[in-house]
Design a protein around this ligand. Structure first.
Ligand code: MG
Length: 170
């Protein structure tokens, strides 16, 4: 049986991952409206991955015979003045999610919940990749974003991202 605190944190993470999906849908919508459909595609794929993350926590709780409580998903309410602001908000959000995953890991560690720790190992690695991706986006935008031709090519590059299902299967 799951420790009450670990259970609660895992359940909260379902909501945080769905919020992440919602946030990236909002980013995608921002770039679609700005005419940058490659950026819009990149964040659409990101939103799909976040939904997968939510479902992994959902399924993990079910597999542990623990109750799942679905809470209301927050409204993405940021208004952006510049493309770079969106990218920076993405990095800040991933850093927040990394801290959240680490908090669950620490709670599981405290009660020697090795199964939850093993489940979370995938997310620890995944968050490293998410932060790298978010940082790369910012770096590329800094390098090429101020030049219209650079932005055009960067948009084309991001248009090529395709969704793949997560490597973790429960
Ligand atoms: Mg996620």
């Amino acid at each position: 049986m799951l420790n009450a605190k670990v259970h609660d944190l895992l359940n909260q993470q379902i909501n945080k991952e769905f919020y992440s999906a919602y946030l990236y849908l909002d980013f995608s919508n921002y770039f679609k409206a700005a005419g940058l459909d490659g950026f819009a595609n990149w964040y659409m794929v990101q939103a799909q991955e976040e939904r997968d993350h939510a479902m992994l926590f959902y399924t993990y709780l079910q597999n542990e015979n623990a109750t799942v409580t679905l809470e209301a998903i927050g409204k993405p309410d940021k208004v952006f003045d510049a493309h770079m602001d969106v990218l920076r908000a993405g990095l800040a959000h991933e850093e927040y999610v990394t801290a959240s995953i680490n908090d669950i890991y620490a709670a599981a560690y405290d009660v020697r919940d090795f199964r939850t720790m093993q489940f979370l190992d995938w997310f620890v690695k995944e968050q490293g990749e998410e932060e790298t991706n978010a940082n790369d986006m910012i770096t590329k935008m800094e390098l090429f974003g101020s030049d219209p031709r650079g932005l055009y090519l960067l948009n084309q590059e991001l248009a090529a991202r395709v969704y793949t299902a997560p490597s973790l299967v429960l």
